[in-house]
Design a protein around this ligand. Structure first.
Ligand SMILES: [Zn+2]
Ligand SMILES: [Zn+2]
Length: 221
């Protein structure tokens, strides 16, 4: 997603009547602008991001992308966009550490699911690589199943559809993968033994996403 689209999204969330987000946004701004200057300079911005535990956000390059008018001072809307980026955990390449604009990146499916020995941990970081790093094989990671965000969404949707179907079949690899994750304490201790199963289910899920996903058509996305 481009910065312009991000700004529009952030604005949409700000305006949505269901989100009474203004007080939170105000607090976020004030925390970065303790001297009430009415703007946030790079120094305050980077200190705040460091304190937030998000050092990947501290680059001047990212700051200048955020700073729409190029003044070196983040205004209200820049900060709202930043708030969205921080809280939606928009992707930074885990290899080159750059903010990923657009959707040309790949997400580790395992890390996305927070699958830590079968335990789902919502706080676990996702692992993303930009296509440049992915193609150059510049990155190191202990999982090898990657999907782009679009396919990942389809993959999740397919998993949901399969999980919701009234007659789940044990031979269905997606279901099998799901259930093995649930009983992971018994089955996934070693990790490596489940690799081939998960690999197969991943490929099937990918095929489902590409094939059946289109076939089911309007129910997908
Ligand atoms: Zn990269
Ligand atoms: Zn991973």
């Amino acid at each position: 997603m481009r910065m312009k689209e991000l700004r529009e999204l952030a604005l949409a969330y700000r305006k949505a009547p269901i989100n009474n987000i203004e007080p939170v946004l105000k607090e976020f701004f004030e925390e970065m602008d303790p001297q009430k200057k009415g703007f946030v300079a790079f120094k305050e911005f980077s200190v705040y991001m460091e304190n937030l535990g998000r050092p990947e956000l501290c680059s001047e390059e990212f700051f200048s992308k955020l700073n729409q008018d190029g003044s070196g001072k983040l205004d209200d809307m820049d900060v709202v966009t930043l708030f969205y980026i921080v809280h939606s955990r928009l992707p930074f390449c885990n290899s080159c550490k750059k903010f990923i604009e657009g959707t040309s990146y790949l997400v580790c499916v395992k890390c996305f699911h927070g699958n830590n020995n079968g335990k789902t941990d919502a706080n676990e970081e996702s692992f993303n690589v930009c296509t440049t790093c992915y193609l150059d094989e510049k990155f190191k990671h202990h999982h090898n199943e990657f999907l782009d965000p679009n396919l990942l969404l389809r993959h999740l949707r397919m998993m949901q559809i399969v999980a919701n179907s009234s007659t789940p079949s044990a031979t269905d690899p997606v279901v099998a993968d799901n259930s093995s994750n649930l009983s992971a304490n018994n089955q996934l201790k070693a990790g490596s033994s489940s690799k081939s199963i998960n690999q197969t289910s991943f490929i099937v899920a990918l095929e489902l996403a590409l094939g059946v996903g289109n076939f089911i058509g309007c129910s997908i996305m």
